[in-house]
Write a protein that binds this ligand. Structure first.
Ligand code: GTP
Ligand code: MG
Length: 342
């Protein structure tokens, strides 16, 4: 069955058209590619917010709270339309029943200004971060002002997805046993905002101390080149200090909503910080350049693959397996002599 994407319906916010388009884009069908091309010129407005952290820290619950905050801003700001992308097949967002159990989720479910989509972390064609970027582009073009992307901060994929985001929120919780684990994994370095969720649980003070000292360490390791000559010791009056952005630590209880207003404010502050000195534009430029490079790699590989003689490839592979040719040399040989070359 051929299926064409109704770009106007997507842009008008028709949910069924949007859901179908996202599926086509995820599956990289011809219709999906056409839709992406048609929608891309309308994208580039959304604020992409990554929410990452170890399993079970409360990312989904917090995401629901944040979505609610963007719909009903605590500060009287304009309400935003919110897209939620949950990257994980086990995420509560993937099941309607579980979704209904979440605090606030019931409010969100009937809200036309919210669109929730989960994406399987396995088997994404052409890589998960590329698929996420593509789906975010669709939501962006469909008029979602804020796109919340939840990922479990475990692997390389997550770091790449996080690179998509304008603002990255790292969620920690006191009951992780060894919160130093997450710190070791370098996850703090990607945080624009650090959240200590489950602040109602025992051990929160200890976790806070650990995170604060880790933040200081991370801060000391941050590149010093944003504004040359400024000294680190000066009094900090805002998170946007002259040496760059200092990630604030915000305590939340996602199950009750406590701390959500502060988190919302921190996101708005970060957005403001990015809008100064063209930081927003350079983030977007870096992301699009990376996307271009990614797709170039994929296309070059695919076109090379189409041109290679399978027999020749088998032969070279066998030479590698028997340690006759190093993989590096084999790759050079293979790309030099594709069957189709003149
Ligand atoms: N006590 C307490 N429990 C919380 C809080 N926030 C979330 N939880 C609970 O912690 C559990 C995990 O919450 P989720 O929001 O699913 O966590 P998650 O990080 O999205 O989990 P994964 O997506 O599976 O990694 C649920 O039972 C929540 O109700 C909190 O602030 N305090
Ligand atoms: Mg979750």
């Amino acid at each position: 069955m051929t299926w064409t994407v109704d770009v106007d319906a997507v842009r008008a916010g028709e949910r069924i058209a949007l859901a179908r388009t996202i599926s086509q884009v995820e599956d990289q069908t011809t219709a999906g590619r056409q839709a992406l091309s048609a929608l891309f010129p309308f994208s580039g407005q959304a604020h992409l917010i990554g929410i990452t952290g170890s399993p079970g820290t409360g990312k989904s619950t917090l995401t629901a709270q944040l979505a609610h905050a963007f719909r009903h801003p605590p500060t009287g700001d304009t309400p935003r339309r919110v897209g939620i992308l949950a990257i994980d097949p086990t995420s509560p967002f993937s099941g309607g029943a579980v979704l209904g159990d979440r605090v606030r989720m019931r409010d969100l479910a009937g809200d036309a200004g919210i669109f929730i989509r989960s994406m399987a972390s396995r088997g994404a064609l052409g890589g998960l971060s590329a698929a996420t970027a593509a789906v975010a582009t669709v939501l962006d073009a469909a008029g979602y002002d804020v796109i919340l992307i939840e990922t479990v901060g475990a692997g390389q994929d997550d770091v790449e997805i996080v690179r998509l985001a304008h603002t990255t929120i790292v969620v920690e919780a006191p009951d992780l046993g060894d919160e130093v684990q997450a710190i070791k994994a370098g996850i703090l370095e990607i945080a624009d905002i650090l959240v200590l969720n489950k602040a109602d649980l025992a051990g929160v003070a200890r976790a806070e101390r650990a995170l604060r000292s880790a933040l200081e360490l991370a801060d000391a390791g941050r590149p010093f080149n944003e504004v040359a000559g400024h000294h680190r010791e000066q009094k900090i009056t805002s998170n946007a200090s002259p040496i760059g952005w200092r990630p604030p630590l915000i305590k939340t209880i996602a199950t009750t909503g406590q701390g959500t207003a502060e988190l919302y404010q921190a996101i708005m502050d970060h957005r403001q910080y990015l809008s100064d000195e063209n930081r927003w534009e350079s983030k977007n430029a870096a992301r699009l350049a990376a996307e271009l490079e990614h797709h170039l790699r994929e296309s070059l590989f695919a076109s090379w693959q189409r041109g290679i003689d399978p027999q020749e490839y088998k032969q070279v592979l066998s030479d590698v397996l028997t340690h006759k040719i190093h993989p590096q040399q084999a790759a050079l040989d293979l790309i030099k002599q594709p069957k189709s070359s003149k």
